[in-house]
Design a protein around this ligand. Structure first.
Ligand code: SF4
Ligand code: FES
Length: 297
């Protein structure tokens, strides 16, 4: 049981009209059962109504409350304040996205990437409606069900150095989504999707990065930040606290950024196990195996 009464939140502010950005510190009451989102809501309701951020469900379902919390992509409705005692808790918009205002990011490009992999059932020819549904066995459903669990929270894009370095890369969630439809017994669009998966925007982008271990996780992320001009300008102030930024040589930082990617894309990277650089390499190689695209290379 903590004896702490209050905790400080250092919250990123960005005003698109003036172009100014800064961190603003708010002292909020501490409650053991509060998550970061509760603290933000407390600020919004009681201290500063101008603070802007997204949230909806408060239960890890809608995917709208993703932010960087002390340097890591988190669902703020699942990140308990007690994990950050005694504070401060630094809250920023997700990395690798343009910032619209304060903690709100622009995810138009993310949606375009999802759309680009044709995330719908593609049929060479439709059967007449009167013939009924396309039936599936439980086993056929089980084959792709795990790939349907994405809540589009974009944490994997904030954690992914390849997304940061190459904004054209379709990214982990879009790859998982493509895979979901490729595995669906009703679908016949796999060849069409391979066109994007095999393009310069697709899986080989990631492969080329992870073919450079052991430096990928710690060296690539600062480079990733440089690809987004406004993000970079806005975030230089954050380098002291982030596991990104200045601490490229800090090897202890790497497992965290990697862990997020592993958590969220483990469905695809089935053979990841070691949590080391070889593991990173092998799991992305597995992605290629899993998508069965080697033969098309
Ligand atoms: S794959 Fe996971 S981390 Fe990425 S958007 Fe979907 S739910 Fe979020
Ligand atoms: S508010 Fe919906 S996932 Fe956090």
């Amino acid at each position: 049981m903590s004896t702490v009464d209050t905790i400080n939140l250092e919250v990123f502010r960005y005003d698109p009209d003036s172009g100014r950005d800064s961190f603003q510190t708010y002292e909020v009451q501490y409650r053991e059962d509060w998550v970061v989102l509760d603290a933000l809501n407390f600020i919004k309701d009681n201290i500063d109504g101008t603070l802007s951020y997204r949230w909806s469900c408060r239960m890890g379902v809608c995917g709208s409350c993703g932010m960087m919390v002390n340097g890591y992509p988190k669902l703020t409705c699942s990140a308990f304040l007690r994990e950050y005692l005694p504070g401060p808790v630094r809250v920023e918009p997700l990395n690798n996205f343009e910032i619209e205002r304060d903690l709100i990011i622009d995810f138009d490009q993310f949606l375009e990437k999802l759309h680009s992999v044709q995330p719908w059932i593609v049929r060479e020819s439709d059967t007449p409606v009167e013939d009924g549904e396309y039936l599936q066995t439980p086993a056929q459903l089980a084959k792709y069900k795990q790939y349907t669990m994405c809540i589009n929270c974009m944490l994997c894009y904030a954690a992914c150095p390849v997304v940061g370095h190459d904004p054209e890369f379709v990214g982990p969630a879009a790859l998982a989504l493509a895979h979901r439809y490729n595995l669906d017994s009703r679908d016949q669009g796999r060849e069409q999707r391979l066109d994007i998966l095999l393009s310069n925007k697709g899986v080989w982008t990631a492969l080329s990065w992870v073919n450079a271990p052991p430096f990928v996780p710690s060296m690539s992320i600062p480079q990733a930040r440089s690809s987004n001009q406004r993000s970079r300008e806005s975030r230089t102030i954050t380098n002291r606290s982030l596991h990104l930024g200045d601490r490229a040589s800090d090897r202890s930082a790497a497992p965290h950024s990697r862990r997020v990617v592993v958590d969220v894309t483990s469905q695809l990277f089935l053979d990841f196990s070691a949590g080391n650089d070889v593991g990173v390499h092998s799991r992305v190689r597995c992605l290629a195996d899993h998508l069965d695209i080697k033969s098309r290379r």
